[in-house]
Design a protein around this ligand. Structure first.
Ligand SMILES: Nc1ncnc2c1ncn2[C@@H]1O[C@H](COP(=O)(O)OP(=O)(O)OP(=O)(O)O)[C@@H](O)[C@H]1O
Ligand SMILES: [Mg+2]
Length: 256
C-alpha cells in the first residue's frame, strides 16, 4: 500500500526541550494507524508539525498527490487543510452555544458554514447546504448521536463532546484524518464505540486515519499498526501485538 503521509527524520525543539527528535513514520492509504506514548512524548507536537502549526527544525513531511509525494512542511495550517489533511483537537474546538447540528454545518471551510446556520434559521436550503446537512445527519446516525442533533453543545456530556469533535472533522472530505485523543476522558465502553465507528469508516469507505490514544489496551483492538513515541523519539513500531509485548514499551509505560 502506498503512503499517504511520510514523516522523515523530523525534529522540533522548544528551547532545550526536544519535543521531537528525529522521528520517521508513515501512514498508508486506507490505513488506521495508532500513535501512542506517555504524556509529553511528542504526539501532539507531531500533529502540529504535520498540519503546519509548527515548522520542523529538521526533516520533511510529505503528502501524497496522485503518483507523487510532495513536501508540505513549511505550509501554513490552512494550506495543509486544503491539501486534504484534517485534524481534530485534544481539547475540542466547538461552539458551545450552537447546537450539535449547527456545529457540524459550520465546517472549517468557512463562509459556507455561516450562511448555512442562517439558512437553518430561515428554513431555506440550497442544494449544497442540503448535501452538507445530509452528511451531518448520516454521521450523527452512525455515531449514535442523532437524537442530540438539536441539543446545545453546552448540554452534552464530555463523551458526546469528544464524539462531536471527531464527527466534525469527518464532515470534510480528506486524504488523511488526524485524531488527537478522540477518546480522552471518555469511559471505556464509549471509547470502544468511538473506535468501532472510526474503524467502520476505514473499512467501508476507505478513509485513512492516524489516531493518538493514551490507552494501549483500547487502541490495540482497532488499529493495523502502531508507532510509539517516548521523549520525542520513536521507541517502537509494529503490529499491535508486537508493540504490546515489546519490553521497551512496557517499561516506558510503567516508568511514566
Ligand atoms: N508550544 C510549546 N512550547 C514549549 N514546549 C512545548 C510546546 N508544545 C509542546 N511542548 C513540550 O514538548 C513535549 C511534547 O509535548 P506534546 O504536547 O507533543 O506531548 P504529547 O505526547 O501530546 O502529550 P500528552 O499525552 O500529554 O498530550 C513536552 O515536553 C511539552 O511540554
Ligand atoms: Mg497531546
Amino acid at each position: 500500500m502506498r503512503a499517504v503521509l511520510e514523516v522523515r527524520d523530523v525534529a522540533k525543539y522548544f528551547g532545550g526541550v526536544k519535543a521531537l527528535d528525529g522521528v520517521s513514520l508513515e501512514v498508508p492509504e486506507t490505513g488506521l494507524v495508532g500513535l501512542i506514548g506517555p504524556n509529553g512524548s511528542g504526539k501532539t507536537t507531531l500533529f502540529n508539525v504535520v498540519t503546519g502549526f509548527y515548522v520542523p527544525d529538521k526533516g520533511e513531511v510529505l503528502l501524497r498527490e496522485s503518483d507523487d509525494l510532495v513536501r508540505i512542511d513549511g505550509l501554513n495550517p490552512n494550506e495543509v487543510f486544503k491539501k486534504g489533511v484534517v485534524r481534530t483537537f485534544q481539547i475540542p474546538r466547538l461552539f458551545n452555544s450552537l447546537t450539535v447540528l449547527e456545529n457540524l454545518l459550520v465546517t472549517p471551510l468557512g463562509q459556507r458554514g455561516e450562511s448555512l446556520v442562517r439558512a437553518l434559521l430561515r428554513g431555506s436550503w440550497s442544494g449544497q447546504e442540503r448535501e452538507l446537512a445530509r452528511k451531518a445527519v448520516e454521521l450523527l446516525k452512525m455515531f449514535d448521536m442523532l437524537h442530540y442533533a438539536n441539543s446545545k453543545v453546552s448540554e452534552l456530556s464530555v463523551a458526546h463532546i469528544k464524539m462531536l469533535e471527531t464527527i466534525r472533522g469527518l464532515m470534510t472530505p480528506a486524504k488523511l484524518y488526524l485524531l488527537d485523543e478522540p477518546a480522552a476522558g471518555v469511559d471505556y465502553s464509549t471509547a470502544r464505540k468511538l473506535f468501532t465507528y472510526v474503524r467502520k469508516l476505514r473499512d467501508e469507505r476507505g478513509l485513512t486515519f492516524l489516531v493518538i490514544e493514551h490507552r494501549l489496551e483500547i487502541l490495540m483492538e482497532y488499529v493495523d499498526y502502531v508507532y510509539v513515541l517516548h521523549n520525542g523519539k520513536l521507541l517502537s513500531e509494529g503490529k499491535p501485538q508486537e508493540v504490546v509485548s515489546d519490553p521497551k514499551v512496557v517499561e516506558a509505560y510503567i516508568g511514566a
